[in-house]
Design a protein around this ligand. Structure first.
Ligand SMILES: NC(=O)c1ccc[n+]([C@@H]2O[C@H](COP(=O)([O-])OP(=O)(O)OC[C@H]3O[C@@H](n4cnc5c(N)ncnc54)[C@H](OP(=O)(O)O)[C@@H]3O)[C@@H](O)[C@H]2O)c1
Length: 288
């Protein structure tokens, strides 16, 4: 139950390595936290874990498989109906995979989860974020976007899919959409930024074989989930980041992103292509 005057935040991928610490940090900052998870059992365990660490925490569970854009759209509408004023949205859910998989809606799953779902969910929550301003959108990106290339005519990589290309490209597309939104929202009291959490020992790489083995071997040298949540939480909550918008943030500092994300013509093309992909899917879902 939301306390009177309490601010409301939403975090996706909250059952994961970085997301659970972001959720805890938001709860400890006295936010009512909407935990978006795809698995009810994991979600309830997460809510218990948060209460153990922060007994006064106020949370609520919302279930959605965010590889479905229709589910992301419905989730946004449901949250906005219950919480017409939001203060923070953290789009953290994400995935890496070594094999190309297509969702039931026909999208490359990496693009759908890492880029298109945050786009759709944020669109559905934008009015609530405006109504709750000053408010912040924090999109969890990745430094793999730093050298990524992108073709607005082939965002799904139908021609040349590769695991690094798909992951880095999805995070670059998400960054471009974030910068486009930041620009559109200037003066509204809603800020939007992208953060890289560092290399963090989490469940992100779920593959077996050489890739999974390499990820597990690297584990002891990577950051913990709690350390990975530090920069996202700073950008979500710290007064120093209240007015910053359209930034790419690593280790609590704004850094220069991939030059492609600063090319307005390319950003417009990627944004338009992304919206076309998303709109087509959602329209099919909403037709009578
Ligand atoms: N780890 C790193 O080194 C690193 C580096 C740069 C950026 N990142 C980014 O950080 C974010 C968090 O990742 P992580 O490292 O904490 O990985 P993680 O432990 O695998 O957590 C990913 C979270 O996303 C959720 N998720 C996955 N697929 C989903 C779906 N279809 N619908 C709804 N939720 C879904 C997972 O839920 P389940 O628990 O149900 O699987 C989990 O809560 C991601 O955006 C990732 O790209 C991570």
């Amino acid at each position: 139950m939301v306390g009177s005057g309490q601010r409301v935040s939403v975090v996706t991928g909250a059952t994961g390595g970085i997301g659970r610490w972001i959720a805890l940090g938001l709860a400890q900052a006295d936010q009512h936290v909407v935990l978006v998870c795809r698995d009810a059992v994991k979600g309830r365990a997460l809510a218990d874990w948060i209460r153990q660490h922060a007994p006064a925490a106020s949370t609520e569970l919302r279930l959605a498989d965010l590889s479905s854009l229709c589910a992301a759209h419905r989730l946004g509408q449901e949250i906005a109906a219950v919480h017409p004023r939001l203060s923070v949205l953290v789009n953290n859910a994400g995935m890496f995979t070594a094999r190309r998989t297509t969702t039931a809606e026909g999208h490359d799953i990496v693009l759908a989860l890492n880029h298109l779902a945050p786009l759709v969910l944020t669109d559905a929550l934008e009015e609530a974020l405006r109504a709750g301003s000053p408010s912040r959108i924090v999109n969890v990106g990745s430094s793999t976007s730093d050298r990524a290339r992108i073709d607005p005519d082939d965002l799904e990589l139908v021609r040349h899919w590769g695991m690094v290309r798909a992951y880095g490209g999805s995070k670059l597309a998400m960054m471009m959409s974030t910068f486009a939104r930041a620009q559109r929202l200037r003066g509204s009291g809603v800020v939007a930024n992208v953060v890289h959490p560092g290399a963090v020992a989490t469940g992100l790489v779920r593959e077996g074989g050489a890739i999974g083995a390499a990820w597990r071997l690297m584990g002891p040298f990577l950051r913990t989930g709690q350390q990975g949540a530090d920069t996202p939480l700073q950008v979500a909550l710290a007064p120093a980041w209240a007015a910053a918008t359209g930034e790419y943030v690593k280790d609590r500092a704004a850094v220069r992103p991939n030059r492609r994300a600063l090319d307005p013509v390319l950003v417009d093309k990627v944004e338009a292509a992304s919206r076309q992909l998303a709109a087509r899917t959602i329209l099919v879902d909403t037709l009578p």
